[in-house]
Structure formats: structure tokens, C-alpha cells
Design a protein around this ligand. Sequence first.
Ligand code: ADE
Length: 249
Amino acid sequence: MARALHIGVLGAMPEEIGSDLSHLQELQSEQHGDLTIHHGSWGEDIRLSLAWSGWGKVSAARAATRLLCSAPDIDLLLFTGVAGAADPALKQWDVVLANAVVQHDMDASPLFPRFTLPALNRAQLEPDPSWFQWASTALAQADQAGEIDGFGTLSTGLVATGDRFIGNAAVLNALRGVLPGLRAVEMEGAAVAQVAEQEGIPWLVLRVISDGADVNAAQSFGNFIQRYDRRAWCLIQALLSRAEQAPQQ
Ligand code: ADE
């Protein structure tokens, strides 16, 4: 029999994964400075290692690195949580699975073109196509089965990460101008994707819209995140419950 699938799950805040971990079995935790890593299982076939990283690219990269060190057999690293809408068509509760991520505050020009990550010589990182396909199919199936009722429209697109909470239309419009197709902004995903790429681990970034990255963003975010805590696990479970369709390890 194939070994259990091992998924690493990171979110910036407890509310972005769900602070209640009682749905996990054989829960154990380990402490690394101020970072707690939880290891557990979900059903017979899935092992999980998860942590809340804290906000921003450095904290996210540090947590991703620690998670991969503490569980070197992780098959997939999933970063999940909320994001600001960069596409005005997106509404609160809409779900965006990143088909590409970019660090919008990376700029080593003129040595490298704007946004290019010197370590990888690429600006945008794309998830492994088979894991991406698995996740988008799983979410669509869960939606059809009514398992993620209450969430909005599912879509895929470009997600931009930077060390800035965006609550200003001019800042957002400037980003949209230089990043065609931009759908959502957040503060961790592309940093985790970079770590995962450099470590040779498949990754996904899955975000739910909490605000419009506009003048009301801070208030919308604050209200949303409290409600999201009770719903976050539902989205993760939509993926876990379709693990049998996951790419072969
Ligand atoms: N995460 C959620 N909303 C955000 C915003 N407006 N800017 C950056 N990160 C976010």
C-alpha cells in the first residue's frame, strides 16, 4: 500500500486554518522558538504538519523552512488564508487558487528585471500543474457537492505577495498596472512558494477574499477574519477528502 500523503499546511494566523484542531487525530506539537508546529493525521491516509507563520514574507519563509525541516517527507506545501481583492469582480468569500504568484515588492533592477527573484531568475512562480489541477478539480467537486456552501465563486489567477497591507486604491491600481491579470494581494504566499521551489517541494496558495484592498480594507479584514476562523477548515477538508485523486508520490 502507498504511504500516507503528507501535507504541510501554513496560514499566517490561526483563523486562516481554523484555530480548532480537534478534527486532527494523534495530535502532537513541537516548539521552535515562538513557532509551534502541529503534527497529526486526518483519517487513515493523510498526515498533516501545520503551523501559523505570522504575517509577512520573512515569517512565512521561516515557518515554511522550519516545517520542511521538521517533516522532510512532506509531499505538498499549502499556504492558505485570506487576501485582498485586486480584481474588482471578486467579492468577500470568493476563493482564488493561485495559478501563479509574484513578490510585488521584489525589485533588484537594473541588475534583474523588476519582480525577478534573483535566486530563481523568475518573476512569477507557478505551482506544479498536476497538483494545481488536483486542487482545482477537488474544489469544484466540493462546491458541487455543497461542501463549501457559504464560500463564493471559485477561480484561479495571479496572487501578489508583499510586506504591505494594501488599503489604498492608488497603491492597488499601480500594482494592477504593472501586474496584468492580478487577482489578489496578500503578504505570504509567494515567499512560501519560493522556499518550496528552492527545496524542490510542490506548493499551492489558496486564498479567500476578505476585503477590497481599498480604504475600507482594514475594517473588512478585521470583521471577516473572526468569522473565517469557523469556516477555514472546510476549504482545507475539501482538498483532504479528495486525497485519493492526488498526484502519485
Ligand atoms: N490580506 C488580506 N487582505 C489584505 C490586503 N488588503 N493587503 C495585503 N494582505 C492582505
